[in-house]
Design a binder for this molecule. Structure first.
Ligand code: HEC
Ligand code: HEC
Length: 159
């Protein structure tokens, strides 16, 4: 079932990235990228769109490209070898793309939406907030939200 949805989910991961970036497009570039190792993003993605997605990943995690992309084997090449699969973070990122797409498709695709495919609630930044390691525990000094200490107790929860 998930496999069937894969294409849809993918496109929408890519779109989520672009939409979140807003109108980051400077000069629209229609040129096809001819990328070698795309397993999730559409293989015919334009260079421009791919770059937007990658910028979005980097900003969401607060990292540079080389966080996921392995160093080039050519010592004279200062850019990473983007097609290389040598850095495990790249594969983790793929899992994260699938996960985000699946969460959106499964849990945010409200039945009543007239445009179910356009609901994009969960993206990399939702969890990552500019860090590769999202918080998994509450900081001791974290505020308690509206009210805080001394505020009247919340109404009893409904059963
Ligand atoms: C969080 C991890 C991550 C970061 C950060 C990241 N990328 Fe990527 N990048 C990926 C993944 C994953 C793929 C493969 C996507 C797929 O399989 O569809 C990829 C693919 C690419 C490709 C295509 C390579 C090919 O030929 O197959 C290029 C080019 C690229 N990234 C450039 C960049 C640039 C430039 C940056 C920095 C602005 C960047 N990436 C930052 C994860 C990342
Ligand atoms: C539902 C929350 C959530 C979403 C959405 C999410 N991530 Fe993550 N991600 C995590 C958690 C939690 C970890 C584990 C962090 C750790 O090990 O400290 C993680 C780890 C990672 C890592 C490995 C970091 C490391 O140092 O090993 C990468 C790369 C990554 N995420 C990329 C992404 C990208 C790219 C996206 C968007 C396509 C994304 N994530 C969306 C929660 C999320």
């Amino acid at each position: 079932m998930f496999k069937q949805n894969r294409k849809k989910i993918t496109v929408f991961v890519a779109m989520a990235a672009c939409v979140t970036l807003g109108i980051a497009a400077h000069t629209p570039e229609k040129k096809q990228g001819g990328f070698q190792n795309l397993k999730i993003l559409p293989k015919d993605i334009s260079k421009d769109s791919l770059h937007h997605v990658m910028e979005f990943f980097s900003k969401s995690l607060g990292v540079h490209c080389d966080f996921c992309h392995a160093k080039s084997k050519d010592p004279n090449q200062r850019w990473p070898d983007f097609a290389s699969e040598d850095k495990p973070e790249k594969e983790i990122a793929r899992k994260m793309m699938m996960m985000s797409g699946e969460i959106n498709a499964k849990y945010f695709n409200w039945m009543n939406s007239t445009q179910p495919d356009t609901i994009r609630n969960v993206t990399c930044v939702t969890c990552h907030h500019g860090t590769p390691h999202p918080e998994s525990t509450v900081a001791p000094e974290a505020p308690h939200g509206p009210g805080g200490p001394g505020a009247p107790p919340p109404p009893p929860a409904k059963q």
